[in-house]
Design a protein around this ligand. Structure first.
Ligand code: SF4
Length: 478
């Protein structure tokens, strides 16, 4: 690792020239970032943020949190320019629908300024970390949604950003809001998850703690108009009871049973919690596998979404520019980043969807789930992470080529160590690196913790490919 890059960062002050205008003195939402010292966070994190660039073997990493995963074409151009001018030109799509720039050198101030000028920063510096609310990439336009999640999401994000108390939350503390869309990430565990459900003709907001709607039923529900109060109540209760070292909801629930949490929550809210069997036994309909790849019809007749997977989560500035231009030419001028490390052009006229699909493919995205690489995820690996036991991305390319040759496409996660940075959920197939280009193979199993059932030890990529090819169906039935 170059010494100059290894020394990069800690907490960065934001250049005044990068501030948005107009500025209202004393207004915490518009006061200059540099005018307010960054307080020491109660629950500090080593994760990257927009204002906290963290070092890696290939330089600094800056994470850009996108509201609902959405950025405008102009913002995409700004990200591409920043990555090209001030970093190594590597842009990553994260598994929370955000973007990262890698390989940042000494010009980190200029990079941050570019991003802030594009409107990609937080409303104030202390709130960057807490902007963790996951939505469907098709929120507001999905044919199956029970309500438009965007207005509530906007109010939740505004509350997270503007209430200093919530800045005490860990940067990993995360929420999800699922309005019943056909395209939604249901497997990622969240500290608080919200899911729309219909009970006796009324749409309610069910919720759960330290879990996900893909695995769990709601513990209770509220009416839709009480959604924001519910979120505030849950977060306040967490902060009142959790000690600083208890960064996540699951930590608190080890000491405070869910029933007790619910009792306290019920006393705090001005609206009743609905807890009956129809709610606590409700299960979310699963989503169709790989619905984010290729064409996805929308609620409005004649409009569609067109999605492409970013190969192994990495794209270069020219690719980002091309897809941003496509969104201007054919879509609605925005890109929706997804938790599947893919992106979507939304509101594309159906008669132009083939052109959009061709455009994404020509830009280098994978628009067909039969392409083996489209279902593969890999962490940074040893190429840029000191903990990596193997070059996971290079090995993923090799495995994808093997599977493609044999007509197999499987959801595989290659992890350089057991921290599992590339996947917030347990993938159907996990390859855990044990040394250079050698992996243990796990198959997800409902009754087994961790990555699942160990099916092979110390395997080469060829051996993994042969196993997955031999009986491809049995590996994903769990
Ligand atoms: S999973 Fe391990 S090797 Fe991969 S990026 Fe994370 S810490 Fe590094």
């Amino acid at each position: 690792m170059p010494r100059a890059k290894a020394g990069i960062i800690r907490r960065l002050q934001t250049p005044t020239s990068a501030l948005p205008t107009p500025i209202t003195p004393g207004d915490p939402l518009t006061e200059p970032l540099s005018a307010r010292p960054l307080a020491t966070p109660l629950r500090p994190s080593a994760c990257p943020g927009l204002l906290r660039i963290v070092p890696a073997l290939d330089g600094g990493i800056c994470r850009i949190k996108l509201p609902g995963g959405v950025l405008s074409a102009d913002q995409a151009f700004a990200v591409a320019a920043a990555a090209e001018r001030f970093a190594g030109g590597v842009i990553e799509a994260t598994n929370r629908g955000n973007l990262q720039i890698r390989g940042i050198g000494a010009s980190h101030d200029a990079l941050i300024a570019t991003l802030l000028n594009a409107g990609l920063g937080p409303k104030n510096p202390a709130s960057d970390d807490v902007r963790n609310l996951m939505l469907s990439p098709c929120a507001g336009v999905d044919a199956l949604q029970l309500f438009d999640a965007r207005p509530l999401a906007e109010r939740i994000l505004h509350t997270l950003e503007s209430h200093p108390r919530f800045h005490e939350l860990s940067p990993k503390f995360a929420l999800s809001l699922d309005a019943g869309e056909g395209l939604a990430m249901l497997e990622h565990p969240h500290d608080l998850w919200l899911s729309a459900l219909r009970v006796e003709g009324e749409v309610l907001l069910g919720f759960g703690l330290a879990g996900c709607p893909g695995d769990d039923s709601p513990i209770a529900a509220v009416t839709l108009d009480a959604g924001l109060d519910l979120v505030i109540g849950v977060l306040e209760l967490f902060l009142e009871h959790a000690r600083p070292e208890q960064t996540r909801m699951r930590h608190l629930l080890q000491e405070m049973p869910v029933a007790q949490f619910l009792d306290c929550l019920g006393e705090r809210l001005s609206v009743p919690l609905k807890i009956d069997q129809k709610i606590t036994t409700w299960r979310r309909s699963p989503i169709q596998a790989n619905a984010h790849v290729g064409l996805y019809p929308l609620a409005r007749p004649g409009l569609t979404c067109v999605g492409g997977v970013v190969p192994l989560g990495r794209l270069d500035p020219s690719t980002l520019r091309r897809v941003a231009q496509l969104s201007l030419d054919i879509g609605d001028g925005e890109l929706a980043m997804t938790p599947w490390q893919s992106l979507m052009l939304r509101n594309v006229p159906a008669e132009r969807s083939a052109v959009a699909l061709d455009g994404l493919q020509a830009a280098g995205l994978l628009c067909d789930a039969d392409q083996a690489l489209s279902q593969m995820i890999a962490c940074t690996g040893s190429a840029a992470c000191g903990k990596g036991q193997a070059d996971t991305k290079a090995d993923a390319l090799q495995l994808a080529a093997y599977l493609q040759k044999h007509g197999v496409s499987q959801p595989v996660h290659l992890s350089g160590c057991d921290r599992s940075c590339a996947a917030a959920h347990v993938a159907p197939i996990t390859l855990l690196a044990v040394s250079t280009s050698r992996y243990n193979l796990y198959i997800r199993h409902a009754d087994q913790p961790g990555f699942g059932e160990l099916r092979g030890r110390d395997l080469t990529i060829e051996a993994v490919g042969a196993l997955l090819t031999a009986d491809s169906r049995s590996y994903t039935d769990d």
